[in-house]
Design a protein around this ligand. Sequence first.
Ligand SMILES: [Zn+2]
Ligand SMILES: [Zn+2]
Length: 344
Amino acid sequence: MQAYTYVSKGKFELREKPKPTLMQERDAIVKVTLASICSSDLHIKHGSVPRAVPGITVGHEMVGIVEEVGKAVTKVKPGDRVTVNVETFCGECFFCKKGYVNNCTDENGGWALGCRIDGGQAEYVRVPFADQGLNKIPDGVTDRQALLVGDVLATGYWAARISEISEQDTVLIIGAGPTGICTLLSVMLKKPRRIIMCEKDKNRLQFIRQHYPEILLVSPEKCEAFVRANSDHGGADVVLEVAGAEATFRLAWECARPNGLVTVVALYDQAQILPLPDMYGKNLTFKTGGVDGCDCEETLRLIAEGKLNTEPLITHTYPLERIEEAYELFEGKRDGVIKVAVEC
Ligand SMILES: [Zn+2]
Ligand SMILES: [Zn+2]
């Protein structure tokens, strides 16, 4: 089968590989119908994910059809249409039982697919702990509607869930990339008083303006003053930092009101400074981390009910043979791209 492979730093290549087989009794083999490209794939390509193993198939956001299951798999069966979770988790350890699946203590726990084990920009993928990692796509929900459930939507939904948002709040979201937009959609479900999005990219601003006209938009330079003028208590009640750019961590806590909550979703390339003397007395709460992707059943239900819709984010579609071009477009942020789907 064809599999897009991490060869070495800076180099991905479409290679011929054997079709994966069951290795454990809790595994499933999934025939990938649609995969997508994520900015974390680019992080691997650029060598900024040290745990990524050269030779692995990349891709960690995909949907498909179950082809084969191990003896211990009970929730899915061959023929089921499923989403694949970005995270691998056993469902049984201390952290899994608390819902902190990102910290699953299994050796492959956390983000393994398309990083430490073969992922899904390929015709087939082996999914460990299939009962945990796969969710059935409800009838009436298409592959395109479900494509982002396992990764960027899981991240946005988790970020909104842990941010303790109330209907009186002014919420600032920094970064309107795919994860930022999924965060926005999930925050909208909480019905806060105002949502402000901070973004510098013109295409992304245009996308938000077109699809979500009720959202207040601002550029990073004007953000602090704008948030102050458009909130009730001198800053945002809740800030979600999804950009991960050089100055956005500082911007996030500067825009929060005293006693506000700052959720850091972004993955930074560099260490960030937490200047405690500057924020003394502001009494902020920070929440940080990587997604606990255990709400996929819930988000699929919301999609089926028409309450969540990530399909407009898929701006481009390519066949697997042309995945190289898809990466070029995504990496170059050309042609107003938000998300690229790859037909496998
Ligand atoms: Zn990702
Ligand atoms: Zn676990």
